[in-house]
Design a protein around this ligand. Structure first.
Ligand code: 2M8
Length: 506
C-alpha cells in the first residue's frame, strides 16, 4: 500500500455517497423532544463561523446513518469500518432512537443474535459482503474462532474479543424515546426490552465472571481492541512487555481511508495487535480460562469497568420494567456496588484520576487519559470525589489547556509525555467520548457544565463534519469522516432541545 493515492487530509472520503443496502426507511430526525418537519437543504460542512444550525445538522446526521445502514445493522464508517462493531452499534442505536425506535432496537437485536454461549457480545460481527481488501483483519482471520464450542453459528464470523458494554444504556434510551411516540411504539419497545433482557444479563454476567474471576468489580481486557481505545498510551507499558514472535506480513488497508498514516496506530503497534490476536484465537482457542492463565496481556480496564457500572444501572431499571426476578435485581445491584468499590481502589490522588491496572506486572498504569474519569461515568460518588474529578477536568491537563480549539477533552492529556494530537486515541478529541462525558455530567446533576459541553461538541461537528476524531488544537477532522457513532451522538444531543451559543469554559 502506498500513500500517494490517499485522499486529502480531513476530506470526507465518502463523497461518492457509498451506500449500504438502501433498506433504511426510518423517519425524520426528532429535535427538542418534539416531532419536527425538516426541509431538504443542508450543508455537509458548515462555514467556520456558523452557529449550530440544529435542523440542518440533524438532517445531515440522519443522512449519514441512512447511508451507512446495511439493512438491520449499521457499518461503523463508510470505508474504514465496513462491519458491525459492538459498542458502535450501541451508540448508533441511541441516535437511531430519535429516528425510528424499532430500527434502533433492531440494531441491538442483530448484534445480540451473534452473542457467544458464554454471554460475550463479540467486538465485531463481520459483513460477509464486504470486499476482502476493505478491512484487516477480516472475517477469514477470525474464521477459526467459530470452531470454539462457545461460538455462535457461523457465518457470519465474529471476533472473539469484546468491547465496552454500552448496550443496556442504549436499550433503555430506546424505551425513553418510544415514550414520545404512540401507545403502539411504547408496547413495541417494551417487547424489545423483554426480548433483549436475558441477553443483556448474560453479557454483564460474562464480564463479571470470566473477565473478573477475582471479583474485583473491574473488567480484564486481553487485547487493546477490547478497550475500544486501541492505541491509547494506557496500553504502552503492558504492550512493550509482550514478546512478539513471528507475524506473517499483513496489509494495512486502514491507511487508504485516512489523510495520513500518522492518524492510525503504527506498524509496531499493529505487530503487537496481530500477535496478541493470534495468541487469543490460535494458542488459547478463544478459551477464556486458558487466556486468563497464560496470556501475556491482562489489564483491568477502568473505562470498560465504569461503563459496565452505568450499564448495570440501566439494566436494573430494565429489570424493573420487564418484571425480572428479584434475585436478578439483587445481583445487578451487587455488581454495581462491586464495580464502584473496585474503581475507588484505582484512584490516584496525585493525578486526580483513576488508573488501569496491569495484572501481569502487578502495578497501576500511570497515564493521564480520559479513561481516568471512569468514576464519574460509574456514578454514585461522594460530592468530594466529584469535586476532585471536575477539578482535574477543568485543569490545564484537560479542558483548561491553553490552545485547545474547542473546550473538549483530548483523549490523552496534552501534559502527558505520550500525548500526540493527531494519532487516534493518543490525543485527539472523540465525539463519542464527549457524549459519554456529557451524559455522565447530566446524571451527576452538573447541568450547566453538561449544557456547555453539548453546545461546544455540537459546534465542533457543525463546523468540521461528523468525523471519527479531531485534532484538539487545530480542530481538524481526522480518521474517518461520516462516522456512524458521531452522527448518532449528534442526534441524541440535538434531541435535547435548542442549542445555546457555545460559551468558552470558565
Ligand atoms: C476502532 O477500532 C478498530 C478495531 O476494533 C480499528 O481501528 O480497526 C476503535 O476506535 C474502536 O473503538 C471502534 O469501535 C472501531 C469502529 O469504530 O474502530
Amino acid at each position: 500500500m502506498t500513500t500517494t493515492d490517499l485522499p486529502g487530509e480531513g476530506r470526507n472520503q465518502d463523497e461518492t455517497g457509498a451506500s449500504g443496502s438502501g433498506a433504511a426507511h426510518y423517519g425524520e430526525p426528532v429535535a427538542g423532544n418534539a416531532r419536527t418537519k425538516w426541509t431538504e437543504s443542508s450543508r455537509h460542512v458548515l462555514p467556520e463561523d456558523a452557529l449550530v444550525d440544529a435542523p440542518a445538522l440533524a438532517r445531515e446526521a440522519a443522512k449519514i446513518l441512512r447511508r451507512n445502514d446495511m439493512g438491520g445493522w449499521t457499518k461503523a464508517a463508510p470505508g474504514l469500518y465496513p462491519h458491525q462493531w459492538s459498542w458502535d452499534s450501541a451508540f448508533i442505536a441511541i441516535g437511531l432512537a430519535h429516528l425510528d425506535t424499532r430500527r434502533a432496537a433492531q440494531e441491538l437485536e442483530t448484534l445480540f443474535a451473534h452473542q457467544w454461549k458464554t454471554g460475550k457480545v463479540p467486538h465485531i460481527v463481520f459483513n460477509q459482503d464486504a470486499p476482502p481488501e476493505s478491512y484487516f483483519p477480516g472475517p477469514e482471520h477470525w474464521a477459526c474462532a467459530a470452531a470454539s464450542p462457545d461460538a455462535p453459528p457461523a457465518p457470519p464470523y465474529t471476533s472473539c474479543l469484546s468491547q465496552p458494554p454500552v448496550h443496556a444504556i442504549a436499550a433503555l434510551r430506546i424505551r425513553e424515546a418510544a415514550r414520545l411516540g404512540g401507545e403502539e411504539e411504547v408496547s413495541s419497545a417494551q417487547a424489545f426490552l423483554k426480548g433483549i433482557y436475558p441477553g443483556l444479563l448474560a453479557w454483564h454476567r460474562y464480564l463479571l465472571t470470566y473477565r473478573d474471576p477475582e471479583e474485583s468489580g473491574l473488567v480484564t481486557i486481553y487485547h487493546p481492541w477490547g478497550s475500544g481505545t486501541d492505541n491509547s498510551p494506557r496500553w504502552d507499558e503492558p504492550l512493550e512487555a509482550v514478546e512478539v514472535g513471528d507475524v506473517d506480513p499483513y496489509p494495512r488497508y486502514d491507511l487508504q481511508y485516512v489523510g495520513s498514516p500518522s492518524q492510525r496506530p503504527t506498524n509496531a503497534e499493529y505487530d503487537r495487535y496481530i500477535w496478541l490476536m493470534n495468541l487469543v484465537k490460535c494458542a488459547h482457542r478463544c478459551d477464556e480460562v486458558a487466556i486468563y492463565e497464560s496470556h501475556p496481556f491482562l489489564v483491568k480496564d477502568v473505562l470498560t469497568s465504569a461503563i459496565l457500572v452505568a450499564a448495570n444501572e440501566a439494566l436494573l431499571e430494565i429489570a424493573g420494567l420487564v418484571e425480572a426476578r428479584e434475585e436478578d435485581r439483587a445481583l445487578i445491584a451487587d455488581w454495581m456496588a462491586r464495580g464502584r468499590r473496585g474503581l475507588e481502589e484505582c484512584w490516584d490522588p496525585e493525578l486526580g484520576l483513576c488508573l488501569d491496572y496491569d495484572l501481569r506486572a502487578d502495578r497501576p498504569l500511570r497515564v493521564r487519559t480520559v479513561a481516568g474519569f471512569a468514576p464519574l461515568i460509574a456514578g454514585g460518588l461522594s460530592p468530594g470525589r466529584i469535586g476532585d474529578l471536575l477539578k482535574t477536568l477543568d485543569s490545564s491537563a484537560f479542558l483548561g489547556h491553553r490552545g485547545l480549539r474547542w473546550a473538549l477533552p483530548p483523549s490523552t492529556s496534552p501534559e502527558d509525555p505520550r500525548f500526540n494530537p493527531r494519532s487516534y486515541w493518543r490525543g485527539p478529541t472523540w465525539p463519542v467520548f464527549n457524549w459519554l462525558l456529557w451524559w455522565t455530567l447530566v446524571r451527576a446533576g452538573e447541568d450547566e457544565r453538561a449544557e456547555r459541553l453539548r453546545g461546544i461538541a455540537l459546534e465542533q461537528l457543525a463546523v468540521r463534519g461528523f468525523g471519527e476524531y479531531f485534532d484538539p488544537f487545530t480542530g481538524q477532522l481526522l480518521g474517518s469522516s461520516d462516522q456512524s457513532w458521531t452522527a448518532a451522538v449528534a442526534l441524541d444531543w440535538l434531541a435535547e432541545g435548542p442549542v445555546s451559543k457555545a460559551r468558552p469554559a470558565p
